[in-house]
Unconditional design. Structure first.
Length: 409
């Protein structure tokens, strides 16, 4: 079992790197303006999302509040959505777009709620007890006892990551080494497979009889994914650690059809041989596995080059932002390798490492800045250098006097 894991990873890692220098250029965003959220009646917000049309929703970080909608010029709109213990939604931990409206995840009442254009609950879908296949697919998928939510769609299907499989029948079509994103109906039945990704996260599980042992593989380069806030794009990044700084990005749409699949490269450091030997030297025999077997498996899982990838996000314009860390990166900076919705590389964006994004796209970036002393928050807009700044609306001009300090979490 151990060797099978190792071989799978090695096969995926074989690649030929394009020229890193030919792909990388600076994508310069500069601060344009800022808005004080106190003008909207919010001292701090817990969640915020932006739409493709420039609208943004802000939800407070406390119970018994209301979600505020602003347009692209930051003018407050008459639409509001109230939540609390005495309403139909107690509180929510996730929010996203569904068409022109929104959905929220309410774990207290165990429901996915569609909120209409009038700010009232339009539809509620209770958490299904199981994620399960249709009978015709009983050999492809087991039952799943739990799930993680990612998106909702106008046809009342939901994008979920099923977890905790329960095998009541043989399922030769199911690969336990892969995570899945599937669309399910309100009863939890799997309608469509949307995406797969390797489950291995750097923790090697050894089993010998009834005993188990975990080994953390230092520097393991795991695959990551992200879902756009409307569920129409899923981006997956897979580091190719056998080649310096190479990573593979694939995006699919809400139906699982591939939009693009390409490789990119940035600078990366080679894994130090002394460090590898020190990690292998502490591995010991376990059960039926000799020390040599364990060391050989861990050696194959350790990357030749450190992966520069540490995260991935999808912009509101379906651009893909891969969080990277290059040898030349300054300690205080964060860097994002950005490609457009068709997969064409647009450059590297550098912003303060502690930046907390509210929204991002190729034509504007919104960051959050919190003033904990004054118990207020600002959202700061960055535009590409040379873009024409937009004058703040009257209701939000107070934010223009916000301090020029770097955004903080």
């Amino acid at each position: 079992m151990i060797l099978r894991w190792a071989v799978a990873i090695v096969v995926v890692s074989v690649a030929v790197a394009p020229s890193a220098a030919a792909q990388v250029r600076a994508l310069d965003f500069v601060r344009d303006t800022s808005f004080n959220l106190r003008a909207l009646g919010i001292s701090r917000f817990g969640q915020a999302i932006a739409g493709r049309d420039g609208r943004m929703l802000f939800a407070p970080e406390y119970w018994n509040g209301e979600v505020v909608l602003v347009d692209s010029s930051f003018k407050k709109q008459p639409w509001t959505f109230k939540f609390g213990r005495r309403t139909e939604v107690a509180y929510f931990t996730q929010i996203g777009w569904v068409g022109d409206s929104v959905w929220v995840l309410d774990p207290a009442f165990r429901q996915i709620v569609y909120v209409g254009a009038d700010g009232n609950v339009a539809k509620s879908i209770g958490f299904p007890s199981w994620v399960r296949p249709f009978w015709r697919d009983r050999r492809k998928y087991p039952l799943f006892a739990n799930m993680m939510w990612h998106a909702a769609y106008p046809d009342a299907t939901l994008l979920a990551e099923p977890v905790a499989p329960r095998h009541l029948l043989d399922t030769p079509g199911y690969d336990a080494g892969q995570k899945m994103l599937v669309r399910i109906d309100g009863d939890g039945r799997i309608v469509r497979l949307v995406a797969r990704m390797p489950r291995m996260d750097g923790k090697l599980q050894l089993r010998s009889g009834t005993e188990r042992q975990s080994i953390i593989v230092p520097g393991y380069a795991k695959s990551l994914w992200s879902v756009s806030n409307d569920g129409n794009r899923i981006a997956i990044v897979s580091p190719v650690t056998s080649d310096s700084g190479v990573f593979h990005v694939t995006t699919v749409d809400q139906n699982g059809d591939t939009v693009f699949s390409r490789r990119y490269a940035v600078e990366a450091n080679r894994n130090n041989r002394t460090r590898i030997d020190s990690v292998l030297g502490v591995q010991k025999a376990f059960g039926r596995y000799t020390a040599a077997m364990v060391q050989d498996t861990v050696r194959k899982l350790m990357p030749t080059f450190f992966s520069p990838v540490s995260g991935i996000d999808v912009g509101v314009d379906y651009s893909v932002w891969v969080t990277i860390r290059r040898p030349s990166t300054k300690t205080e900076d964060g860097e994002w390798f950005v490609v457009d919705s068709a997969g064409e590389p647009r450059g590297i964006v550098t912003l303060p490492r502690t930046s907390k994004f509210v929204s991002r796209s190729l034509d504007r970036v919104w960051l959050q800045q919190v003033d904990r002393v004054k118990n207020t928050a600002f959202v700061i807009r960055y535009r590409p250098r040379g873009a024409i700044a937009t004058r703040p609306t009257r209701s939000a001009r107070a934010g223009a006097s916000s301090p020029p300090a770097r955004p903080q979490e």
